[in-house]
Every structure is written in structure tokens, then in C-alpha cells.
Design a protein around this ligand. Structure first.
Ligand code: ADP
Length: 430
């Protein structure tokens, strides 16, 4: 199309120049005729160029100048390109407006952070939840505005945890779930959600469990006391001996349940425990082993495998409860001919306390659920060994306070291994 235009233009120009030359020749002024025709063409082009340039320099506003001949076609094409660009621009503006409207309607807060964790942009919800000011806080590092230690730790550890729950900087009654996700080029997106309602519900549930267990303790102590007296009474009618013994056993079981519930609720609401005290793991494991050996129906061998003399920085009672629960389970779910091995090792990544048994094992279906409160496998129920179903939930929460995790490996019928993995920050220097 364009090639035809230039070709036609060339022919037209040659014709005009030849006509000029012809007229010049008639008047015996060939050169003047030739120059005159070229000059007129030149002026006409320069004039059209001038009009086009003026239109371009005024920001392409107003109608495009109309030209004649080849210029009409060139200008029509410029017009078409310009119209398309304008339409594209409008579409972009529309899209940006829609995006802004959707982020405004977003129920969660969003803050865009640059690679130095400085605020680039934030939406209205984030500003109200975090108490940010749009202009004042742009370019400020997020740690200077949200100073909660758990949030800082979450940022420092490269967001290993999915999210962190903290009170709002402006109002301690509002709880926020904060999550940082990589975004764009070297940027981060901080998502903030108000979870006050679910935190309140969880607290109500915990308080209820704690109060109920607490209130149940005193009547239980009285009942157990009378049952002890009755069991030791020589005048107790023969027919009552069996039932009283049963009642005694059940009251002990109930007492254990109530104690476990109290401990679990305490651990659930407890924060990460300080790292200022060293717990001697070796002596802890030895004492738990001694207690296990004293149990009546226990596996024949219960051994220790201590590879490290280092300690753990944390809370002795919590760690004691972790190991006791794991070892009691291993003892409870392992037959007499089986064995239990309790170990402690450290390396440059951290430390591991592990309890391995050759017991009944856990099926793949049960494995993901056994740390839930009151969850017991049918094999465990069938053994009627008097577990509460709360032991592993206690273990999990006590470990969480120590930034540690519980790893469970098991094979039905062959045995299980429970490993508590502590990060290196929790391992004492000696
Ligand atoms: P329980 O008081 O019933 O032992 P836990 O929370 O300690 O409660 O354990 C939950 C369930 O996990 C147990 O009921 C049992 O089914 C299973 N379990 C725990 N430890 C072991 C183990 N060492 N071997 C086999 N099953 C186990």
C-alpha cells in the first residue's frame, strides 16, 4: 500500500516537474520552468510538514490538519495510529481504576514493601489496622511501625512460618494475622487480616476448659479420698470390693484427664518461652527412663542413647512433660517383648530428642490426626490402657513454646519414632 503511495507520488511529482519544464520550454525558459515546479512542490511539502509538526507539538490536541494528495493519506494513517493509542490509553486508565476500586473493596489490608522493607504503598484497610498515615509513613521501614518482637522475628527468619499473629499497634484488643509474601521484583506484600473475633472465640474456649477443669478438681479429690478410705476398709462387703476398685481407677483417670486439660489450656495461651535457662537434657532423659522402668507393664528394654552433653534453652517442666508423654506412650503401646530407645543428639542445625519403640505403630490414615485433642486410634482404644488422648497435643504445644517441631514416623505393626527437633538458637553453648 505504502509502496504504491510513494510510487504514485513519484509519478505525480515527475509529471508536475515535466509540466513545469514544458511550460518553461514554451517560453524559452526551460530551467526556470523546471526550478519553479520543483520550488512549488518543495514549498507545498514544507507547508504540510509545518502543519503536522504544529499539531504534534500542541500535544496532539485539536483536529489533525487535512492535507492533499499523498499528505492526505499520510495524515489519515497518523490519525488511525493516534486513535488506537488513545483507545489503549483509555483502556489502561479504566483497568487501573478497576484495580484500585477492587483493592479498596478488599476486606484485608495490603502493604507493598520494597526490598529494604520500606513502605511503598498501602490500602485503606491496612492503614486503619496498622495505624499508618499515607504520606507520613511512605518510605518508612515497617519494623519501625510494627515493633512487636514476634513480628520482627518473623521478618528476620525469612518468613519460615506462614503467618504471625500479633496485637494491633494501635489497639491491644484487636488481633492481626500478618503474612509477608514475595511480590513483583524484589518487593514484598504484607497482608494484614483482623482476626480478633476468632482469637476471642479461642480464648473463650480455653477459659471455659480451664475453669471447668479447675472446678472439677476439688470434688474429684473428695470422691477419690472417700474411695481410698472405702478400699482400705476391711468391713467393706465383698460385693462392693470390685466396684470400689473400678471407681478408684476411674477417679484416677478422671484426675489425669482434668490435669492434662489444665496443662493443655495453660500451654495453649502461653507465649514463646525465654531462652535464659539451660535444661540439662541428659539428666532429664535419665529421670524419665527411671520412672518408665518403675512401671508395671513395661517393655523389657528401655535404653538411652545420649550423643551430646549440650542442654536446651527453655522451660524444664515443659520439656519434662514432652519427654514423659512420649516415653509413656512408647511404653503403653509397646508389648512386653518390645523395646524403647530414648535419644539426644545435636549438630550445627540444632538438636533432636527422639523416642523410638517397636510397638503397635500407627496407620497412615491415623498419623496426621494423632496430635489432635482426644484423638485416639482404634488400636489404642482397644488396649484400654487409660490414655487421655491429650498427651500429644500437650507435647505439640510445649514444643511450640520452644520453637521446636514434632516429627512422627511410624509403621503399623512395626513401631514408631517421635522426634522433637529444636532449632540451633535453642541449644545451649555447653
Ligand atoms: P493417649 O493418652 O491416648 O496416649 P496421646 O495424645 O498421647 O493420647 O496419643 C494419641 C494417640 O496416638 C494414642 O491414642 C495412640 O493411638 C497414638 N499413639 C501415640 N503414641 C504412640 C506410639 N508410640 N505407638 C503407637 N500409637 C501411638
Amino acid at each position: 500500500m505504502m509502496s504504491r503511495l510513494w510510487f504514485r507520488t513519484l509519478l505525480q511529482h515527475l509529471a508536475i516537474v515535466l509540466a513545469g519544464a514544458g511550460v518553461g520550454w514554451l517560453y524559452d525558459r526551460l530551467i526556470w520552468g523546471l526550478l519553479g515546479a520543483i520550488g512549488v512542490l518543495l514549498l507545498w511539502h514544507v507547508y504540510n510538514l509545518f502543519l503536522l509538526e504544529r499539531w504534534l507539538t500542541t500535544g496532539e490536541r485539536g483536529p489533525l490538519p487535512s492535507g492533499d494528495g499523498p499528505w492526505s493519506q499520510v495524515l489519515a494513517r497518523v490519525q488511525a495510529v493516534n486513535d488506537r493509542a488513545r483507545e489503549n490509553r483509555r483502556a489502561w486508565v479504566r483497568l487501573v481504576k478497576e484495580l484500585r476500586a477492587s483493592t479498596k473493596a478488599f476486606p484485608d489490608g495490603g502493604v507493598i514493601l520494597n526490598k529494604d522493607m520500606e513502605i511503598v504503598r498501602s490500602n485503606k484497610v491496612a492503614r486503619s489496622l496498622l495505624g499508618l498515615k499515607k504520606k507520613r509513613d511512605r518510605g518508612t521501614r515497617i519494623e519501625n511501625l510494627i515493633r512487636h518482637p514476634e513480628f520482627i522475628h518473623y521478618l528476620e527468619t525469612g518468613s519460615k512460618k506462614r503467618s504471625v499473629e500479633i496485637p494491633a499497634p494501635t489497639d491491644n484488643d484487636v488481633w492481626l494475622s500478618c503474612r509477608v509474601i514475595p511480590y513483583g521484583m524484589d518487593q514484598k506484600l504484607l497482608l494484614v487480616r483482623d482476626i480478633s473475633e476468632s482469637v476471642k472465640m479461642a480464648k473463650m474456649r480455653r477459659d471455659f476448659a480451664a475453669n471447668a477443669s479447675h472446678e472439677l478438681r476439688s470434688p474429684l479429690t473428695v470422691i477419690a479420698g472417700y474411695l481410698d478410705v472405702m478400699a482400705e476398709d476391711e468391713n467393706l462387703p465383698e460385693a462392693w470390693v470390685g466396684p470400689v476398685e473400678d471407681m478408684r481407677e476411674q477417679s484416677v483417670r478422671m484426675r489425669r484427664l482434668v490435669d492434662d486439660l489444665l496443662q493443655l489450656t495453660r500451654l495453649e495461651s502461653a507465649e514463646s518461652c525465654p531462652r535464659d535457662k539451660r535444661v540439662d537434657v541428659e539428666s532429664l532423659l535419665q529421670s524419665v527412663r527411671r520412672d518408665a522402668l518403675a512401671q508395671r507393664d513395661r517393655p523389657r528394654t528401655i535404653e538411652l542413647d545420649i550423643e551430646s552433653t549440650r542442654g536446651i534453652l527453655g522451660e524444664e517442666t515443659d520439656l519434662q512433660s514432652v519427654v514423659t508423654n512420649l516415653v509413656n506412650n512408647a511404653v503403653r503401646y509397646t508389648p512386653h517383648e518390645g523395646s524403647v530407645l530414648i535419644g539426644w543428639r545435636t549438630d550445627d542445625k540444632g538438636g533432636q530428642i527422639w523416642v523410638k519403640d517397636t510397638g503397635i505403630g500407627i496407620s497412615d490414615d491415623d498419623l496426621p490426626r494423632i496430635t489432635e485433642r482426644f484423638y485416639r486410634t482404634s488400636a489404642a482404644r482397644a488396649r484400654q490402657e487409660g490414655g487421655t488422648g491429650l498427651g500429644l497435643a500437650i507435647v505439640k504445644h510445649a514444643l511450640k513454646r520452644h520453637d521446636a517441631e514434632l516429627i512422627i514416623e511410624s509403621k503399623l505393626g512395626s513401631g514408631s519414632q517421635f522426634t522433637c527437633r529444636f532449632p540451633k538458637e535453642r541449644i545451649a553453648a555447653s
